[in-house]
Design a binder for this molecule. Structure first.
Ligand SMILES: [Zn+2]
Length: 401
């Protein structure tokens, strides 16, 4: 079948995107950003020219060839400028167009290490973010800016950002030659390894996800084997989601229907997002209780809980959950027990989910102090999750990858 880039966009990305752009708090921040741009455009181009090298067609004919291939495959209709910046980390990005031009940038190490097929995937992925207007939701600005979002909105933004990556990955896959190649690209992005160091095996990479699923049913088992995996739990899921895409009608005639594809991807993402906020099992209740105690104690760690904080909690956990009678000392005493319960009942992925959400809530309430970080680290240690996961969650860039 002949496909148009919009056909392959993840339905959940579109659904959550539509909800978010209509959200009053998101609208407010967008308005602030627009006003700032009116006053004097925050010239991204000027900044890029000062800090990066623009790749002209004569300097980098190969990269421009990849660009043309993706532009045609995806039907992108805007002039594009390519940039490279000096960094040892494999990375690429695309920012909101300025004066009718789109900017795509790559780290120097990525340009050196990625082969043609991998580059097509990366380029297509970045153009996908533009095509699906993902930059219309200034997620990084909302989460970092002066008008802090409610924890609920922060979590919604995060859920959307995962589906946005799924859409962008499909755009990249549409430009790339094979599933093997896109799997390898994602493995490299996550591990930072080049071919000289590790012989990539798609099968083994996918096995890791099976291990993760096993962990979910046998929660008492140990932590993930690979260290880098615990900081990038999302990568194997993205590969699996892409495997489903390559098995769908978008790629082969007798493949999964679009409904089947979307349902399978949704089930997959639920691994990372077990929806413990509404779940009714013993495990989800345990996770919620830990989230609540953790959130209160983190807020308390940075100089007590004020009315604004209480409002946040009520907005998130429901009215009345935080009352004057809430006994901080009792909650403190109970925390180790709640941690122990969660360690016993929840899988590694679920424990990481609670920690991740606590980090996001801490960030959403402003600058994360050393004391707050300490509480988070001690909870992660209690849950048998490497504290490096906390630092990754707290320090990572919240913009789309
Ligand atoms: Zn991305």
């Amino acid at each position: 079948m002949s496909i148009n880039a919009n056909d392959i966009r993840s339905r959940n990305d579109k659904k959550l995107f539509d909800l978010l752009v209509a959200d009053p708090d998101v609208k407010k921040v967008k308005h602030v950003v627009e006003r700032m741009e009116e006053k004097g455009p925050i010239s991204i181009r000027r900044q890029l020219l000062a800090t990066s090298v623009r790749l002209s067609p004569s300097m980098a004919p190969q990269v421009h060839k990849f660009k043309s291939h993706c532009v045609e495959a995806l039907g992108v209709d805007i002039p594009i400028e390519l940039y490279v910046y000096n960094s040892a980390q494999f990375n690429a990005a695309c920012v909101k167009p300025e004066e009718g031009r789109l900017f795509v940038m790559f780290s120097s190490s990525l340009l050196e290490a990625f082969d043609e097929g991998e580059m097509l995937f990366i380029m297509g992925h970045e153009l996908g973010h533009h095509l699906y207007q993902h930059h219309d939701i200034p997620i990084g600005y909302i989460l970092r800016g002066p008008h802090r979002p409610s924890p609920k909105l922060a979590l919604q933004l995060f859920a959307w950002s995962r589906y946005a990556e799924i859409s962008a990955d499909r755009a990249g896959a549409h430009c790339a030659p094979s599933f093997e190649v896109v799997g390898r690209s994602l493995f490299r992005l996550a591990s930072g390894l080049s071919e000289q160091v590790v012989q990539f095996s798609l099968k083994e990479f996918l096995n890791q996800l099976d291990d993760m699923q096993v962990e979910n049913t046998q929660p008492s088992q140990g932590a993930p084997k690979e260290d880098w995996f615990s900081t990038h739990p999302f990568s194997p899921l993205r590969v699996k989601a892409l495997e489903l895409f390559f098995d769908s009608v978008f790629v082969k005639d007798d493949g999964l229907s679009v409904d089947e594809l979307e349902m399978s991807v949704h089930r997959l993402m639920a691994l990372m997002e077990p929806n413990y906020l509404d779940g009714r099992t013993k495990t989800t209740e345990t996770m919620r209780r830990l989230l609540f105690a953790g959130a209160v104690l983190i807020a308390e760690a940075s100089g007590g809980i004020d009315d604004k904080e209480i409002e946040r909690f009520e907005g998130f956990f429901g009215k009345g959950t935080f009352s004057d009678e809430l006994d901080l000392n009792r909650l403190k005493q109970e925390l180790p027990h709640r941690i122990e319960q969660t360690r016993e009942h929840a899988s590694v992925a679920q424990r990481m989910q609670v920690l991740h959400d606590l980090c996001l809530m801490a960030r959403a309430s402003g600058w994360v102090t050393a004391a707050e970080r300490e509480v988070l680290v001690s909870i992660s240690e209690g849950l048998n999750v490497s504290p490096s996961f906390i630092h990754t969650c707290l320090d990572r860039n919240l913009d789309l990858d």
